[in-house]
Design a protein around this ligand. Structure first.
Ligand code: AMP
Ligand code: GLY
Length: 421
């Protein structure tokens, strides 16, 4: 089977690495990809907003399956456009309606309310209701959680103890800080818990759960400092005991899939449940309509199944006949970033010693190739994944290689997994 993978980050590097292992794969194309994905397929540069160009490439290259890595094209309806023009194409990712679970936080909240799925209490306000929003702030407890409704590149959530600051933030959002993503604002209750990331693949009716992971979003040691796209991840997650796992399945995953089915949403892809464990009970923080990053960089290395076969089953109605098999080892990934990320940082630094890495997997995130050299090309540059029986050994192995890889202004956290056993 020929496959086209859309995206260019660490997640797509992990997809490419995993897809490449499948005997069912013939040719893998990645658009636009990065020097990491290039090791496992052919990078191509398709303007995916130009549907004629995209359909032209798919037809010319005999592509049978298209996997959409990031959320933005899904929220913009790439599934629906491709489905209309190429009804036989196997598209991995939800329809535009399904992607709204990530694309509109207000929609996701209504969905959860309708199907009785535990999440923080909330209220939605539009621009005309700014004064009502301010009044609501006066009546609720702190910390206050404020969210822009639409996609804001992971920056649309503000948590504050200060009510005046909360009002200022709301005014800024309504004034266009996040563009039209901030036309509506959600104010919600703060959930005090430990977060974890659950992934399923679904065909809108049945589902299979992939290994559970935890990502480390704060830039500083011991989860301090600014929020980032993710500084590392670990899988499995030791605090998920049988009780929490059963509650996660029964209270969250099953009613979500059932809701998708009841609402007749066409969904053939991944659902990423961002959950938090509040005193032994799971709550949904957010839905994402795609795999996580950097969670993919620990989930795929632990998944023993053939990913092409699994994804194909979403189109052959036999997903329930598959048994998901996990590597029992721990996987830990450590993200190497440009220093000062997530604020202003420099790029274009040469990355050395990649050829010296042993016993870890390197996934490229923000890199580029120029004159045969690999250069930094983003805040998150590379991630180093290692597997071992003990999480400490997996971490140490990743740290050893993180130290060996050399580029100017390199930074990484050396405590990934510090808060789990
Ligand atoms: P997001 O950008 O939607 O991934 O949210 C960013 C982060 O904000 C989440 O990973 C949580 O750490 C935090 N967050 C979002 N909603 C809540 C909430 N209701 N209570 C506590 N923390 C939250
Ligand atoms: N790791 C969080 C995300 O992918 O959004």
């Amino acid at each position: 089977m020929n496959i086209l993978l859309i995206g260019s980050g660490g997640r797509e590097s992990a997809f490419a690495w995993k897809l490449h292992q499948s005997p069912l794969l013939e040719k893998l194309y990645i658009s636009p990809g990065n020097p990491g994905t290039e090791q496992f397929g052919t990078n191509v540069n398709i303007d995916i907003d130009n549907i004629e160009e995209l359909v032209g490439f798919i037809t010319k290259s005999n592509i049978e399956m298209v996997i959409i890595g990031p959320e933005e094209p899904l929220v913009n309806g790439i599934y629906d456009k491709l489905k209309t023009l190429l009804p036989k194409l196997k598209i991995i990712g939800p329809s535009k309606r399904g992607a709204m679970l990530e694309g509109s936080k207000a929609y996701a909240k209504e969905f959860m309310k309708e199907f009785g799925i535990p999440t923080a209490d909330y209220k939605v306000f539009n621009k005309q209701q700014k004064e009502d929003a301010f009044h609501f702030i006066d009546t609720i407890k702190t910390p206050i959680v404020i969210k822009a409704d639409g996609l804001a590149g992971g920056k649309g959530v503000i948590i504050t103890e200060d009510k005046d600051q909360a009002k200022k933030d709301i005014a800024d959002i309504f004034d266009g800080k996040f563009g039209s993503a901030g036309d509506n604002v959600i104010i919600e209750e703060f959930l005090d818990g430990v977060e974890y990331s659950v992934f399923v693949i679904t065909d809108s009716k049945s589902y299979k759960m992939l290994p559970i992971a935890k990502d480390y979003k704060r830039v500083g040691l011991a989860d301090t400092g600014l929020n980032t796209g993710g500084m590392g991840a670990i899988s499995p997650v030791s605090f998920i005991n049988d009780d929490l796992l059963i509650k996660t399945v029964v209270k969250i995953i099953q009613p979500t899939i059932s809701g998708i089915w009841q609402k007749d949403i066409d969904y053939k892809g991944f659902i990423f449940f961002g959950l938090t464990n509040v005193n032994g009970d799971p709550y949904v923080i957010e839905y994402n309509c795609r795999m996580g990053d950097p969670e993919s960089e620990v989930v795929f290395p632990r998944l023993k199944n053939d990913l092409v076969k699994l994804l194909n089953s979403l189109y052959t109605n036999d997903i329930s006949e598959h048994t998901i098999e996990h590597e029992s080892n721990y996987a830990v990934t450590v993200m190497l970033t440009s220093s000062n990320y997530p604020e202003n940082y420099e790029t274009g630094k040469e990355i050395k010693n990649l050829d010296k890495i042993e016993d870890s997997i390197i996934f490229h995130a923000g890199t580029k190739k120029e004159d045969g050299k690999i250069l930094t090309n983003g805040g998150r540059v590379l991630t180093v994944t290692s597997l071992a029986k003990k999480k400490e050994d997996a971490l140490l192995q990743s740290l050893k290689n993180a130290n060996l890889i050399d580029f100017d202004n390199k930074y990484f956290r050396d405590d990934i997994g510090f808060d789990v056993e």
